[in-house]
Design a protein around this ligand. Structure first.
Ligand code: PLP
Length: 415
């Protein structure tokens, strides 16, 4: 399909047909399509200064402005920002920061990363290795050594908290070998899986108990997606590092980054020359991307989009719950404007539905809704095909209702 135009939560294809953008394209067009002021911000910056590096001692005004704005809306314990060009590079940076921090503390043995089954963290080798979906490893083995996966909090399939699995993995691997734990506050591409409310507070305590850094991968959940600026705020938890991308520019230009806590920031700033944080990329802090990031945050604040996501998300989840009445629907879950509808072959046994979701997505597309699925799997960690919804935060009530009606018809047509 060739898309040629977009306005708000609506996409238009080359044949002139219109569709609801049910996943904000790739969970990233948070302010919606067609925002001329973001184009204007990019053009104005290009006219003023094409580029200035963010290497040692140099930076540029939009990068400084955006970093300051981010630290104002993110967790209070964070004090520094390193900019990247996307999500995978943000997670690579977070892993290197975790190793760096422990070396600076005189604990170079702390290098391993624990992540979660069903988690997605990006395409580069280390981010791929942290990703907990076997299909992303299959043709690229071997994975990077030192990456271990644990079950997430996933109430539908793993009753119990999931935090115990993290503690067990840290003690099994040896706390002196573990640098960090990485988790998406709500698993996104792995099937929209929000945790139980007790999970992240317990995770934070376990990380503190064993001196393990906690990296929040907020590449999807940041920038209002869950109805808060950043999602761990739902549970009053502060991470040591935050990876972000996607919503920081609402996808108008590629940008990402990592925010770090004061103690990690200080370990970098106070390092002697021989222990410098030797990590730099040409387009880190690109002025045009950062100028668009600032203009994007202006839209968020002016239009109250975080609050809007909370309100529209509540409506989305409430409407989506009615899909449980359909025979093939096993679970409906969500937080803010993220919603997952897990399909099963048998409601009683929760046997995963496989190769059904793709047909539902096809039916939905014919009816005017574009979205994606997490492909189901059996084995040790089963999950049914799961329809994922994460529309632009500007979606209207009528559009929310329409998405659910289209899915109701599409699931019924297929199952
Ligand atoms: C949670 C999460 N982390 C990391 C990434 C990787 O981001 P990128 O594709 O920008 O490298 C994604 C992309 O979908 C993601 O959803």
């Amino acid at each position: 399909m060739v898309f040629v135009e977009g306005h708000g939560a609506v996409l238009r294809d080359a044949d002139g047909r219109e569709y609801l953008d049910g996943l904000a394209s790739l969970w990233n067009v948070n302010v919606g399509h067609g925002r001329a002021e973001l184009a204007d911000a990019a053009a104005a910056q290009m006219r003023t200064l094409a580029y200035a590096s963010a290497y040692t001692g140099y930076t540029n005004a939009p990068a400084v402005r955006l970093a300051e704005r981010l630290l104002r809306v993110a967790y209070a314990n964070l004090s520094g920002v390193y900019f990247t060009t996307g999500g995978a590079e943000s997670n690579e940076t977070a892993f290197k920061l975790a190793r760096y921090f422990w070396r600076r503390q005189g604990r170079p043995g702390k290098t391993k990363i624990i992540s979660r089954i069903h988690g997605y963290h990006g395409l580069t080798l280390a981010a791929m290795s942290a990703t907990g979906m076997p299909s992303f490893h299959a043709m690229f083995q071997p994975v990077v050594p030192g990456f271990t996966h644990v079950v997430p909090s996933y109430p539908y399939r793993y009753p119990g908290s999931g935090a115990a699995a993290l503690e067990e993995a840290i003690t099994r691997e040896g706390p002196d070998t573990v640098a960090a734990f990485i988790a998406e506050p709500v698993i996104g591409a792995g099937g929209v899986i929000p945790p139980t409310p007790d999970y992240f507070p317990a995770v934070r305590k376990i990380c503190d108990r064993y001196d393990v850094l906690f990296i929040a991968d907020e590449i999807i959940t940041g920038f209002g997606r869950t109805g808060r600026w950043f999602a761990l705020d739902h549970w009053g938890v502060q991470p040591d590092l935050v990876s972000f991308a996607k919503g920081v520019t609402s996808a108008y230009l590629p940008l990402g980054g990592v925010m770090v806590s004061r103690r990690i920031h200080e370990s970098i700033m106070q390092a002697p020359a021989s222990e410098r944080f030797m990590h730099a990329a040409t387009y880190s802090g690109h002025p045009t991307c950062c100028a668009v990031g600032v203009a994007n945050l202006d839209i968020f604040e002016r239009e109250g989009l975080v609050e809007r996501a909370a309100a529209m998300g509540a409506r989305l989840l409430q409407k989506a719950q009615s899909l449980r009445q359909l025979p093939g629907v096993g679970d409906v879950r969500g937080l803010g404007l993220m919603c997952g509808i897990e399909l099963v072959a048998d409601k009683a046994t929760k046997a995963p539905a496989l190769q059904v979701g793709g047909k539902v997505v096809g039916e939905a597309r014919r009816r005017g809704l574009i979205t994606r699925i997490r492909t189901g799997q059996g084995g040790d960690h089963p999950i049914g095909d799961t329809i994922c919804l994460a529309p632009p935060l500007v979606i209207t009530e009528t559009q929310v209702d329409r998405m659910i009606e289209i899915l109701r018809e599409s699931i019924a047509a297929v199952t």
